[in-house]
Ligand binder design. Structure first.
Ligand SMILES: [Cu+2]
Length: 387
């Protein structure tokens, strides 16, 4: 009896999915289980693929839970594995992703998953919808390298409702040889962070306070009405304003190369690292293309993830934000980055501490400038009289 049949006999209906896996990945394809972790971290992975293509098995469990948007507002987050955004998945081009999607019966709604990285059947959404109390297995081949969004898309108004309630994440499909820089040379990161940006549209009552609901569906009509105005009440990283600041700041050391993956499932964003840059930007998240170099701010079109690489050369506090500063400062789209290392005065120095103005040279220059502008206007007046 072959393994697929053994599995079928041994585990009943659940293993129909496993039988299908055996069918679409060639016999003998190695199968590895990837332990997913909560963002901003990535699961353990190889940057350069070892051996041939494999089946990467992941498990996503739907959890509908109350989360804080900030100190004054909470929302019913619809999540995969309990986090907003959902966990980053990492595989290589040519691998198969075998996803088990579980919707425990304690939940209130049907959920599914549209992988932008996958090809066919609405990104899998047509094949992986599960009601509370059900689970499903979907297997697809990663034929496009890059970083991509995945999100819940159960149909109709449920699509925006689930997506703006946090039900989205990202997957990175690395080229088998790993990433390359703009000159085609191998570019290996020392750390990688996943920043999931979430726009929230939380309804307020007549008293001006955010409304509270006993379960997600109760607030759906209000939330969609608020969302139709296209003005979010919150734009946050990792589900909550301040989730990646202070003690939760991202960390790195001078000299390290850091890969930032930024996803926005619903609207545009413009990541910027205050005090740093993006050495490399893979536009649109595509690893099929040569990365652009030297960006101050880069662009994430709504419904996509984008990767950017930077090698830190100076220590201290950096702020990673969406450079719509209203969204960053007033709505929550900001993270801190603490970098350890030795300060390089050659790159930046406070040449003089702030203090009273003492320089007479600057006053003299201002008088000179004033004299020049008076002479100019006098000359123009004389010219007009002569004409
Ligand atoms: Cu959903």
């Amino acid at each position: 009896m072959n393994k697929a049949v053994q599995a079928f006999v041994g585990f009943g209906l659940f293993c129909i999915g496993a039988t299908q896996v055996m069918a679409n990945a060639p016999a003998g394809t190695p199968r590895v289980t990837q332990e997913l972790v909560a963002p901003p971290f990535l699961p353990k992975h190889d940057q350069v693929a070892k051996g041939g293509p494999k089946v990467v098995a992941i498990r996503l469990v739907v959890e509908e839970k109350l989360m804080k948007a900030d100190a004054n507002a909470s929302y019913w987050a619809l999540t995969f594995n309990g986090s907003v955004p959902a966990p980053m998945i990492v595989a290589h081009e040519g691998d198969w992703i075998e996803m088990t999607l579980v919707n425990p019966k304690t939940n209130t709604m049907a959920h599914n998953l549209d992988f932008h990285a996958a090809t066919g059947a609405l990104g899998g959404a047509e094949l992986d919808k599960v009601a509370p109390g059900e689970e499903v297995v979907l297997t697809w081949k990663a034929i496009k390298p890059g970083v991509f969004v995945y999100h819940c898309a159960p149909g109709g108004t449920m699509i925006p409702f689930h997506t703006i309630s946090g039900m989205n994440g990202a997957i990175m499909i690395l080229p088998r040889k790993g990433l390359s820089d703009a000159k085609g040379k191998p570019w290996r990161y020392d750390r990688a962070y996943y920043i999931g940006e979430q726009d929230l549209y939380l309804p307020k009552g007549k008293d001006g306070k955010y409304k509270k609901y006993s379960q997600p569906l109760e607030g759906m009509a209000d939330m969609l009405e608020t969302a139709k105005g296209l003005v979010p009440t919150h734009v946050v990283f990792n589900g909550t304003a301040g989730a990646l600041t202070g003690d939760n700041a991202l960390k790195a050391k001078v000299g390290e190369k850091v890969l930032f993956i930024h996803s926005q499932a619903n609207r545009d964003s413009r990541p910027h690292l205050i005090g740093g840059h993006a050495d490399l930007v893979w536009q649109g998240g595509s690893f099929s293309d040569t990365p652009d170099t030297g960006y101050e701010t880069w662009f994430v079109p709504g419904g996509s993830a984008v990767a950017a690489g930077y090698q830190f050369v100076q220590p201290g506090l950096y702020v990673y934000l969406s450079h719509n500063l209203i969204e960053a400062v007033l709505l929550g789209a900001a993270a801190h980055m603490m970098v350890d290392g030795k300060w390089d005065n050659n790159i930046m120095e406070q040449s003089k501490k702030p203090g009273p103005i003492t320089s007479t040279a600057s006053v003299k220059q201002e008088v000179r400038n004033l004299g020049h502008s008076l002479l100019d206007s006098l000359k123009q007046t004389v010219d007009k009289i002569v004409e």
